[in-house]
Design a binder for this molecule. Structure first.
Ligand code: NCD
Length: 307
């Protein structure tokens, strides 16, 4: 069923394959399996900042009995001496059983997969994709709301937000209705919209955040991706242009679930954290069982007699 060699884009997945990950995550959330990764080593290569993704991969690997190597920046590695990413990946593939890579360049993970002797997991490539975040988002939506017939408002930086890009593709396979809400200049790129429609996504324009809020089961809020703006002036123009507050939520439907891949800056008022709508910290927690599932499916235990 799960024959992936690498995990680069959520678009490489069928709905059945995503379901297989979610099922495995549920099993592993219920029963830890400290035997599954015994003797295995995972290399975390993070060339962009990360808290949740890096540490939840590390937690997942350790909970399954494995070990983790960490490389945190180009400055701390031989890349500072001019070594290419491709050589770095080739070498680390000789030390570790799998590589988790985060990089600012779109396509970096795909390139790494081409030269790596071991599975590569894309932990974010520029504004491209972030497939394991999507799997944990799907898991969260299933656990905290529902995936079938989902109506979801995607709010914030839809242009540069890789979590939105991956999630929208996955939700297309579930026939979800998507209400995009973005500040001017940060809408979903036209080619992506086109691709999404081809994949079956139902993108439905809304006039305001309030309208999206009234219609949605899930509000998926994102941070403006400051680091992707070619011009800091442009960032300042849109910074702080939307914010989820208690006041805004006064007319929210009762079962509304608010998600955010985190980190948040100012797009959700911390006073929202105490409401029943806020599920973003649970969402971050679900990163562990989902990444345990990903690791166990990409690195199945060797059968008896295999090398
Ligand atoms: C996201 C990312 O890196 O794309 N963070 C994460 O992995 N949870 C979202 C973001 O940085 O805004």
């Amino acid at each position: 069923m799960f024959r992936k060699r690498h995990l680069i884009s959520i678009r490489d997945f069928t709905r059945e394959e995503m379901e297989a990950v979610l099922r495995r995550a549920e099993e592993l959330e219920r029963h830890a399996r400290p035997d599954l990764m015994r003797g295995r080593i995972l290399a975390n290569l993070f060339f962009e900042p990360s808290t949740r993704t890096r540490l939840s991969f590390e937690t997942a690997m350790k909970r399954l009995g494995g070990e983790v190597l960490n490389l945190d920046s180009e400055e701390a590695s031989s890349m500072a001496k001019g070594e290419t990413l491709s050589d770095t990946v080739r070498v680390i593939g000789g030390y570790a059983d799998a590589i988790v890579l985060r990089h600012s360049r779109e396509g970096a993970a795909r390139m790494a997969a081409e030269v790596s002797g071991v599975p590569v997991i894309n932990a974010g490539d520029g504004a491209g994709q972030h497939p394991t975040q999507t799997l944990l988002d799907l898991y969260t939506i299933r656990r905290e709301s529902h995936l079938e017939g989902l109506r979801i408002a995607m709010v914030g930086d839809l242009k540069y937000g890789r979590t939105v890009h991956s999630l929208a593709y996955a939700l297309a396979l579930y026939g979800a209705r998507i209400y995009p809400v973005a500040p001017e200049g940060l809408a979903l790129p036209a080619d992506l919209q086109e691709d999404l429609r081809h994949s079956g996504a139902r993108l439905q324009p809304v006039k305001s955040l309030q309208e999206a809020l009234r219609k949605a089961d899930v509000l998926y809020v994102t941070r403006i991706q400051k680091e992707r703006f070619p011009d800091p002036q442009e960032y300042r123009r849109v910074a702080g242009s939307y914010r989820i507050t208690l006041d805004l939520l006064r007319r929210a439907p009762k079962g509304l679930v608010i998600l955010h891949p985190l980190p948040r800056v100012d797009e959700i008022d911390p006073r929202v954290d105490g409401t029943p709508y806020a599920r973003y910290f649970r969402q971050a927690y679900y990163g562990v069982p989902v990444r345990m599932a990903v690791l166990s499916l990409l690195l199945p235990r060797r059968g008896k007699g295999e090398a």
